[in-house]
Design a protein around this ligand. Structure first.
Ligand SMILES: Cc1ncc(COP(=O)(O)O)c(C=O)c1O
Length: 404
């Protein structure tokens, strides 16, 4: 008898649907496609000879540690290193505040296990990071979307809704935000709004999860303090990652929070994967100790500046005058809003197959059907020449293939 798998899957597995995007993105692996889709570092952002040298040393000095299991919260030297770095960045930490995770998305998953029950209310900004929507959705929660503008999430809107939710006795448990160089918009949450958001979190008693995957990759303008550095109550839980500044392949992120949250995270993680990869932590630690992490961040930011400038100037030249896009001061992305009759989901297959250029359509970044005439361009991965060539191709293909 053949197994009818659909009858055996859990409700979580049954809720998890295949995305039509996955098939299209397979096409972007073809070498002739210029991809503005994946949020990846460019190959020339890596400091490869330096990493090779670090790897040789790590293997010769710590071979058994490299090959063994590590402690659940991370190697203590690595936690020390991250705590010291957080402190330098204006967010005082001791190792007991730090839990190393397998990428920062795992940290979000652990926080979901820690704070969310079925049906709870969770707030995100719209648009937001697709991975976060996927992770939060696994908890069967009610996700509310705060609209955003050029200053980031609209805090007044949030306050109005918090008042109403409070009357229903259904306040959110957590708010997830990417306040700096947001994915997908590239925007930065305004300083006044940061204070306002913290006040709301305190008044209505919810946690803020601050995902700062791109915050160190500033190439223009003045730094804005992180929410974590402005937080006096410990209610901001900060997520960091090495994916955009060192390597996504090492799968290393961290959570910076009050010791009680870290302790609970350790317990929950023991039922998940027990520990982060040992070689990644030892590589990153030695890389960091040699000052190479700061060197890579500087190098990457300079490259991103050139790529962002090329992208914006090509958009200016090639895109229809009634379209708009964000002008990021850091990070990987610009967010494009096209005239309403252009459907970016519909146009994607045409863009990839006919014009050999790819992007992520807007609806992928919303929980409900929104953003049909929007798209995300990641300028980090393609070379300057490819950006120059790709944007005109994209403009033409969207005009041909996007009629809704
Ligand atoms: C906002 C944001 N957070 C987290 C991540 C994932 O980080 P990690 O590779 O550490 O899981 C990404 C990756 O694209 C991201 O854009």
């Amino acid at each position: 008898m053949t197994v009818n798998w659909a009858e055996h899957f859990s409700s979580l597995a049954s809720r998890t649907e295949d995305s039509a995007l996955a098939d299209i993105f397979k096409l972007t692996e073809r070498p002739d496609v210029i991809s503005f889709a994946g949020g990846f570092p460019a190959p020339d952002m890596y400091l490869i000879p330096e990493v090779q040298d670090v790897a040789k040393e790590v293997f010769s000095r710590h071979a058994t540690k490299v090959l063994g299991y590590g402690p659940t919260p991370g190697f203590s030297e690595f936690r020390d290193f991250i705590a010291a770095r957080q402190t330098r960045l204006g967010m005082p930490a001791v190792p007991q505040n730090i839990l190393i995770t397998s990428g920062s998305l795992q940290a979000l998953d652990l926080l979901g296990r820690m704070f969310l029950d079925k049906g709870d209310r969770v707030v995100v900004e719209g648009p937001t990071y697709l991975g976060a929507i996927t992770t939060l959705s696994t908890f069967d929660v009610q996700i509310e979307t705060v609209p955003t503008d050029e200053k980031g999430l609209q805090v007044e809107w949030l306050e109005e809704h918090l008042r109403a939710w409070s009357r229903q006795d259904r306040l959110p448990r957590i708010l997830y935000t990417i306040p700096t160089f947001q994915n997908p918009s590239g925007r930065v949450l305004d300083l006044d709004r940061r204070y306002y958001l913290l006040e709301l979190a305190c008044h209505y008693d919810f946690m803020i999860i601050e995902d700062n995957a791109y915050g160190e990759l500033r190439f223009r303008g003045e730094p804005v303090p992180t929410l974590k550095s402005l937080d006096e109550e410990g209610r901001v839980i900060y997520l960091g990652t090495l994916s955009k500044v060192f390597s996504p392949g090492v799968r290393l992120g961290w959570l910076h929070a009050e010791p009680e949250v870290v302790r609970k995270g350790i317990l929950l993680r023991q039922g998940v994967d027990q520990c982060s990869n040992s070689i990644g932590q030892l590589l990153a630690l030695e890389f960091g100790k040699r000052g190479l992490l700061e060197k890579q961040i500087q190098h990457t930011s300079q490259m991103l500046k050139q790529k962002a400038e090329m992208t914006l100037s090509q958009l200016e030249k090639e895109f229809p005058p009634d379209s708009q896009w964000t002008r990021p001061e850091g990070g990987f992305y610009t967010w494009v809003t096209l005239p309403e009759h252009i459907d970016t989901q519909k146009a994607l297959l045409h863009c990839v197959e006919k014009a050999r250029v790819a992007y992520v359509p807007g609806p992928a970044f919303y929980c409900r059907n929104q953003g049909q005439n929007q798209l995300r361009l990641c300028y980090s991965e393609p070379s300057l020449d490819k950006i120059k060539e790709g944007i005109p191709r994209l403009a033409q293909a969207l005009a041909e293939g996007g009629r809704g």
